[in-house]
Each structure stands twice: as structure tokens, then as C-alpha cells.
Write a new protein. Structure first.
Length: 664
């Protein structure tokens, strides 16, 4: 597992948004080094990591006895608007079945009056996972179980607390039980004890209330309930029979009604029922026919009749035009003759050559003759061609088209009219159908009554069936109650007789698991201690008492070393060794986050941690240090293992701590 990125927004001393890349640059450079003075925000950074992961279960600094929401309110930066709120976002990755999976855990909260509004979401491989979001407290224990988180998130204060023998024993106990899953076994033993106490309590109550129970649930009560139950069953059967009878009657009446309706249709009943509608349609059709006839008359009053002599009208129009042209030509000829006579007289007086004169005279006579030939022989009309202006081919075509459509419409209406008259003529007399109508009405009334009875019986059946169910349940409860004391006594006797043996097995299992794995843990803690302590011949062996989890150091002669013989620094080295050994025993490839670990160590012990612990504590080590702990010398020693460096510094002008690249 690798922490890839942390985003802090308005959290604690951090105002605004701060995005920190936590991913190691390579396997050979696992250390992410943060430098900052005390009070600058190192512990707040550690709290942000834990709070993002564990929420209300996070073991954050300075929370004390505060409720979760009160603690969240305290973490909101004091220099922001109340509406802005605070957010944390942690991105990490892990491998499942050889495939990389990335997760982004986001938390946001803001003050809303006296309450705190908190939201969170989990994004898995860039997709919002609603199930993981809702059940995150279960999922997070699959990544970093809360019970062993202290092995990977720790600071100088925790190390000092573990330097005490009692503190180290508690840590070892917690670590072993969590790593081996023995906390679940212990919880089972506790639950069995609680169950035993509940059983005993019920036994006492049973003795007190047994007389009342016997009085209440007597055999007479059961007998009375059995009689009521039998009667209800009988009532239900009778109702079922009545429902069946009415259903049969309804089916029979339905069949009869169907037959009568068929006879009614065959006798012309449908047409009889439609008499009023047919009469109305007949009247409507008559009106439509009259309208079409009027339209035809109006058409006949116009030029429609003349369409019969369209050719003759054409010839007449041509004759009128010729007569007009002939009259005009006559008038023109008179003028032309006068002009010709004057012209010839003038030519003659001018002594024109006789041949030329003759030629001119001949041409003028030809022109006159040609024009006279165009004049009609007969003038018998004596009317203007304008009279024929509206009597053209287009007008006659329009009249013929309108006439054809009107005739067609009138014919269709007439046919429909005749059809309606035939239907009316085929309607039988009312007396013929009256008998069938009376029979139909009578049977329809009967079927309505039968359906009403069927509905009433059905409702009664529902009520009775409900009463049967309640009576049966009551009878069952009475029978169960009558035997409950015996059942309870037998049940709790079996539990009490088996709880002791089960608890004994659990205790033996617990001891066996501890004894089996404690030697391995002793070896891991011893190896860690030897690699860190400057006096390599100080101890020969480390042992852990399986019952008390007390850790004992043995010297070269295998004699116990009293804790007061160790220096404060050696006790802290031992505490770190315990944490390191338990982390190795967990077998989980988890990041190590260490805050101010060198507080009370001398220079040689510090050098041991710098050389042997920090580069090897995990595949990803996040170190939070002051300038007095990891100074320039130690930083230079660690340089080849450092992948990233950051400087945490409070900026008074900006009223926030900032995280920038580079160490002090």
C-alpha cells in the first residue's frame, strides 16, 4: 500500500488548499521527509492522515474527551468564513490479485449553527463507489485495521509512553491479539458470558411469573379458542359454498342474456335501437340533396346550357369578328379610292410617262381588289364580338367540371338516401321486439342482484378468513405459551451446560495461538533492538510472558535486566523495536508515518535510527522532524534514501502554515 497524495483544505493550522505528493520516487528512496518547527503543523498533518482514513474512530491528538462533531468543529481553520468548511482528501493505491487499484477518500465538513454537516465519498479507480462510501468503516479495516494502526502511525509521545513496561505490555497484547485475530475470540468469550447472565436472569424471572403464566394460558383458554377456530372454519366453508352458487347463477344468467341479445339482433333489434339515428340521418341527407340540386339550378341559370352549342357559338363569334373587320375595310376602301384618284390625277397632270402611269394605276387597282375580296359577302349578325367575351373554352370547361362534380355528389347523396330508406323500411314493429326487451331487462336485473350477493359474500369471506388467521395465530400462541416455560428451561439449561466448555476451549485456543507465535515475535523485536541499540552486547535475548505480555530483557548470562538499568534513550529504542517487530509480524506492506521520533535520544542512538531504522522501516516512510532531530548531518546521511522533502512553516502574514518543497 502506498499513500500517493494528501490534500488539506482549511484544516487546523492549514488555511486554504495544500496539495502534497507523498509517492516515493523509487524503491530505493522510500523516505518522504517533512521538516518543521514545533507548533508548525507536523502533528496536524499526521492527524489529517488518520482522520481521513478512520473518521470518528481516528486516534487524533488533542481530541481528548471531545465528541466527534465537537472535534470536527475545533479542526476548522479559525481564519475562514464559516460557510467555506473544511475538507481532507487522501489518495492511495494497493495491489489486489496483481492489479493496481487506486482509492480517493474525501471528507468535507462545515459548521451549520450548532451542528456539523459532514459528507464523505470514496472513489475507486476514478469511479464513485457508493457501496464503499456507505460501508467505509468496514472497508478501511481491510487496508489498515484500526486495531493495528498504532504500529504504523506514531509519534515521540507514543514512544515515550511505550518505554514504560506497562505501556509496552499493553501494546504487545493489543498487537498480538489483533494480528492473530484473537480479539474476535475474546469477544466471543465475552458474549458467551453475557448470554449466560441473561439466561440466569430469565430463569429468575420465570420463577416469579410462572404462576401468572399458568393462570393466563390454561387448558380452558385453549379449548375455547379451538371451538371458536372450528366455528370460523365452518363459516368460511359456508361462505365459499354461497360464493360458488352465486357464481354459477351469474354464469347461467350471462349465458341466457347472451342468447336473448342474439335473438334480439336477429329480429332486427339493432336497427330498431337505431331508428332515431336513422331518421336523423335521412333528414340530414335530404337537406344535403336539396342543397346540391339548388347548386345545379344556379349553374343552369348561367352559361351552362350554352355549352351544348359551343361550336355554333364559336362560328357566330368568328362571323361577328369578320363583319366588324368588313365594315372597317369598306370605310378604308372609300378613303383609299379617294386617295388613288387624287394621286392619279396629279400624276397625269405632271405629264408622267404613259407606261409608268399605267403601271402605277395597275398596282393601285390590285390593292383595291385584294381588299374588296376580304369583305364578307353577307352581313346578317350586326352584333359586336365583345358579346362573346365570357363564352370562351376555359369558361365552358369550368362549367362542365363543376356540373360533373355536382352531379356526382348528388348521385352519392341520393344513393345514401335510398339506403337509409331501405334500412328504415326493414325495421320491425316495436311490438315484435317488446317481449325480448322485457326478458332481457328481467335477466339483467337478476344478474345485478346475484353479483351484489356475490360481492357481499366475498367481503364476508375476507373478514372471516382474517378472523380464521387471527384465531389460528392466537391458538398457536396459547399453545406455545403453555409450553414456553418448559422450552425456556430446557434451552437455557443446554446453554449453561455448554458455555463453560466452549469458554474453556476458547481460552485454550487463545493460549495455544499466543504460545505458537510469541517466539517469532520475540525474535523480531530482538533483531530490531540489536540493529538499533549502540551497545550490541547489552542483551542476549528478549522474552515475552504469554499471560501478562510482560517483556523481559536477558543479559549475556540470561539474567533479567531491570528496566531502571536501561537509559531513557535505550528504553525509547526498545519501544521503537517493539513497534517495528509488531509491524514486521503483521506481514502487511503498509506505510510507516513517524512524527518527531528522536526527542530524548543521544547522538549515537539517533545515528542508529538514521542508519538502520528509517531506511528500512517500510517501503514508504513519512518522517516528520524538527531541525534539532534530523539536522543537516543526519539529513545528509539519509539523502540517498529520501525521495521527497518538504518544509512546513507558519506564515504570519497569510495566517497559515505552508508546505513547500525542500528541507530546512
Amino acid at each position: 500500500m502506498i499513500f500517493e497524495e494528501l490534500i488539506i483544505h482549511n484544516f487546523g493550522i492549514y488555511k486554504g488548499r495544500h496539495q502534497i505528493d507523498l509517492s516515493p520516487k523509487s524503491e530505493k528512496k522510500p523516505i518522504i521527509l517533512f521538516g518543521g518547527l514545533n507548533g508548525g503543523g507536523k502533528t496536524t498533518f499526521l492527524d489529517a492522515l488518520q482522520l481521513t482514513l478512520y473518521g470518528k474512530f481516528a486516534q487524533c491528538s488533542n481530541r481528548g474527551t471531545l465528541s466527534y462533531h465537537d472535534y470536527l468543529r475545533e479542526t476548522i481553520n479559525r481564519h475562514i468564513k464559516e460557510t467555506e468548511g473544511t475538507s481532507l482528501e487522501l489518495k492511495f493505491s494497493t495491489y489486489i490479485d496483481g492489479e493496481k487499484n487506486t482509492y480517493q477518500v474525501k471528507r468535507f465538513w462545515r459548521s451549520a449553527g450548532k451542528t456539523i454537516k459532514e459528507q464523505m465519498e470514496v472513489i475507486h479507480n476514478d469511479v464513485l463507489d457508493t457501496v464503499m462510501t456507505e460501508q467505509w468503516y468496514e472497508y478501511v479495516n481491510e487496508f489498515i485495521p484500526l486495531s493495528i494502526s498504532g504500529l504504523f502511525f506514531f509519534d515521540g509521545e507514543k514512544i515515550e509512553a511505550l518505554a514504560d513496561p506497562e505501556g509496552s505490555a499493553n501494546l504487545i497484547k493489543t498487537g498480538i491479539t489483533s494480528l492473530l485475530g484473537l480479539d474476535i475470540v475474546d469477544k466471543l468469550g465475552t458474549d458467551l458470558s453475557a448470554l449466560s447472565r441473561v439466561g440466569l436472569s430469565k430463569d429468575k424471572k420465570k420463577g416469579i411469573n410462572s404462576k401468572d403464566a399458568k393462570t393466563k394460558d390454561t387448558a380452558a383458554d385453549i379449548e375455547a379458542q379451538e371451538e371458536l377456530f372450528s366455528k370460523l372454519i365452518e363459516d368460511r366453508e359456508n361462505l365459499l359454498q354461497k360464493i360458488g352458487n352465486t357464481a354459477t347463477q351469474i354464469d347461467s344468467l350471462s349465458s341466457t342474456i347472451k342468447q336473448i341479445k342474439s335473438q334480439y339482433r336477429q329480429a332486427g333489434g339493432d336497427l330498431f335501437d337505431q331508428r332515431e339515428s336513422l331518421d336523423a340521418n335521412l333528414e340530414k341527407n335530404q337537406s344535403a340533396l336539396t342543397l346540391k340540386e339548388n347548386e345545379l339550378r344556379n349553374l343552369a341559370e348561367g352559361i351552362a346550357p350554352l355549352s351544348l352549342v359551343e361550336d355554333l357559338l364559336g362560328q357566330t363569334r368568328l362571323q361577328a369578328e369578320n363583319e366588324v373587320e368588313g365594315q372597317e375595310t369598306k370605310l378604308l376602301l372609300d378613303k383609299l379610292k379617294q386617295r388613288d384618284d387624287a394621286l392619279l390625277a396629279q400624276l397625269k397632270s405632271s405629264k408622267l410617262d404613259a407606261s409608268a402611269f399605267k403601271l402605277v394605276k395597275s398596282q393601285l387597282e390590285k390593292d383595291i381588289n385584294a381588299r374588296e375580296a376580304q369583305i364578307p359577302e353577307d352581313f346578317y349578325l350586326g352584333i359586336s364580338p365583345d358579346k362573346f367575351y365570357d363564352l370562351n373554352e376555359a369558361a365552358f370547361n369550368k362549367v362542365r367540371k363543376s356540373s360533373k362534380k355536382l352531379c356526382k355528389d348528388a348521385s352519392e347523396i341520393q344513393e345514401k338516401h335510398l339506403n337509409i330508406e331501405r334500412q328504415i323500411a326493414s325495421i320491425p314493429e316495436g311490438e315484435i321486439l317488446k317481449s325480448l326487451q322485457n326478458q332481457l331487462a328481467e335477466h339483467e336485473q337478476e344478474i345485478v342482484q346475484e353479483k351484489a350477493k356475490n360481492s357481499i359474500f366475498t367481503d364476508q369471506l375476507k373478514q372471516t378468513s382474517s378472523q380464521v388467521e387471527r384465531s389460528e395465530l392466537r391458538l398457536t400462541n396459547l399453545r406455545l405459551s403453555n409450553n414456553q416455560n418448559k422450552f425456556d428451561e430446557e434451552f437455557f439449561n443446554r446453554i449453561n451446560s455448554n458455555i463453560g466448555s466452549v469458554q474453556s476451549i476458547l481460552t485454550k485456543f487463545h493460549h495455544a495461538m499466543v504460545n505458537k507465535h510469541i517466539k517469532h515475535l520475540e525474535s523480531l523485536i530482538f533483531e530490531s533492538f540489536i540493529s538499533l541499540v549502540r551497545k550490541t552486547d547489552l542483551i542476549k535475548e528478549i522474552t515475552i510472558e504469554p499471560e501478562t505480555y510482560k517483556l523481559t530483557l536477558l543479559d549475556q548470562q540470561y539474567k533479567a535486566i531491570q528496566p531502571n538499568r536501561l537509559s531513557a534513550g535505550e528504553r525509547q529504542i526498545l519501544a521503537i523495536s517493539i513497534l517495528w517487530g509488531l509491524a514486521k509480524a503483521s506481514g502487511r506492506p503498509l506505510p510507516a508515518i513517524i512524527d518527531t521520533p528522536l526527542g530524548r535520544l543521544d547522538s549515537k542512538h539517533r545515528q542508529q535510527l538514521v542508519d538502520n531504522y528509517f531506511p528500512n522501516a517500510s517501503h514508504q516512510v513519512i518522517l516528520l522532524s524538527t531541525d534539532q532531530e534530523i539536522d543537516k548531518t543526519y539529513r545528509d546521511n539519509l539523502k540517498k534514501y529520501i525521495g521527497r522533502e518538504y518544509h512546513i512553516q507558519y506564515n504570519e502574514d497569510l495566517q497559515t502554515s505552508t508546505i513547500t518543497e525542500g528541507y530546512f
